[in-house]
Ligand binder design. Structure first.
Ligand code: SF4
Ligand code: SF4
Length: 375
């Protein structure tokens, strides 16, 4: 294990040099950008494309951007989809088959990606979710997913420590943030005139060294610490980091019906969740009758097909689908992965069109008096 560099100061006007270094080493860089009233990750070539002086404000079913007049580029807290789509593509071809003139069928795998990708802006909750996705897709007990594995091998991560908390954040209570502690190549905290920058891997160190930066001085470190402390001020918290027993004891709680009366079964919550990994596969035969493609697409606990087995949809109403989503995420994950599947990013709260707040629901479900009263 290489020794990390001591914290250094990267002046604001030097960030482009870091991007240039990544480009010269063959990385395609992705970073936050303004698009249709949201901050999303998109290919990033210059720092001019970063969202300067923009904050995101979140509430159940609500996301708004506001200008704050600062020159900072990372005053926002979370993008709608995190970094999941860079590794686990929403839709991709797994294999193709063609029939030749003799009737023989030939199978072919698509070219696996060897593109080097660098992402700037990942947050602590995203890194925690990435570790969960790694456990799932790279598990040695199952066959590691070759598509995910190849992209993961080529991913370079520049994490940014949060300096604000959105009203929907609760990573502190999950133990997953707000400070980026591991899982990055480089981590930075933005201060008024630049960044405190540290390496987290040998590769990260190799990109920082040519910048010939000075060590951060005590005043700069103090400013960074104060800004990072702002992000610990979170209004929401999970009732407990392990809700396994609580939720399995609440399977008949009347709150599931109440949620079902509001939930649209739209699946937005699972699409924006950085740790959700369900997918479905389907064959896409071509009209020529001689070729087909096997497609993989993100799936969700909320689709009808997700629980379809042997001619029956096991979870055929919204109550059962929402219960599956919450009990898997916060209960069965403990059996499968030894922890909950939630890293407290708050995305499912902001992007739920019905404004359903999982913290509010978990809190009500933790109180089993409703079950007793009903009995
Ligand atoms: S369950 Fe919600 S808060 Fe937790 S990681 Fe998924 S989207 Fe984020
Ligand atoms: S909880 Fe919200 S986002 Fe999730 S399926 Fe229901 S309505 Fe859609």
């Amino acid at each position: 294990m290489t020794q990390p560099l001591s914290p250094q100061f990267l002046p604001r006007d030097q960030l482009q040099r870091l991007l240039d270094g990544l480009h010269q080493a063959g990385h395609k860089t992705y970073g936050p950008q303004l698009c249709d009233g949201a901050i999303v990750y998109a290919p990033l070539n210059t720092v001019e494309e970063l969202p300067q002086g923009v904050e995101d404000h979140h509430a159940p079913g609500s996301y708004r951007l506001k200008e704050n007049g600062s020159q900072r580029w990372f005053d926002w807290v979370s993008t709608p989809q995190g970094i999941k789509p860079l590794l686990f593509k929403p839709r991709e071809i797994l294999w193709r088959a063609t029939r030749d003139a003799t009737g023989a069928i030939h199978f072919k795998n698509p070219e696996n990606s060897t593109e080097k990708v660098a992402i700037i802006g990942a947050r602590a909750c995203d890194l925690a979710a990435l570790a969960l996705q790694d456990r799932h897709f790279l598990s040695i007990e199952q066959t590691p997913d070759p598509f995910y594995a190849e992209r993961r091998r080529h991913l370079f991560i520049i994490a940014i420590n949060c300096t604000r908390a959105a009203d929907t954040c609760f990573c502190v209570s999950c133990g997953d943030g707000p400070k980026c502690e591991h899982g990055f190549d480089i981590a930075m905290t933005e201060i008024e005139h630049g960044f405190i920058i540290v390496s987290g891997s040998l590769q990260g160190k190799q990109f920082i060294k040519p910048l010939a930066l000075n060590s951060a001085d005590p005043a700069q470190l103090d400013e960074a610490a104060q800004r990072e402390a702002n992000a610990t001020q979170q209004q929401r918290a999970v009732p407990s980091q392990n809700m396994r027993e609580t939720l399995f004891n609440a399977l008949d709680h009347p709150q599931w019906d109440d949620i079902a009366s509001r939930c649209l079964s739209c699946g937005n919550c699972t699409a924006v969740c950085p740790s959700c990994f369900c997918y479905s596969e389907q064959a896409a035969p071509q009209l020529d009758g001689n070729s087909t493609e096997q497609l993989r697409e993100w799936d969700s606990c909320f689709t009808q097909g997700h629980s379809y087995m042997h001619g029956i949809t096991l979870r055929n109403d919204t109550r059962l689908r929402y219960r599956q989503w919450l009990t898997h995420k916060f209960a069965s994950w403990h059996d499968q992965q030894g922890r909950s599947g939630c890293t407290g990013c708050g995305r499912c709260i902001s992007w739920c069109p019905a404004g359903i707040d999982i913290i509010e629901e978990l809190t009500i479900l933790s109180d089993n008096r409703g079950v007793a009263d009903d009995a």
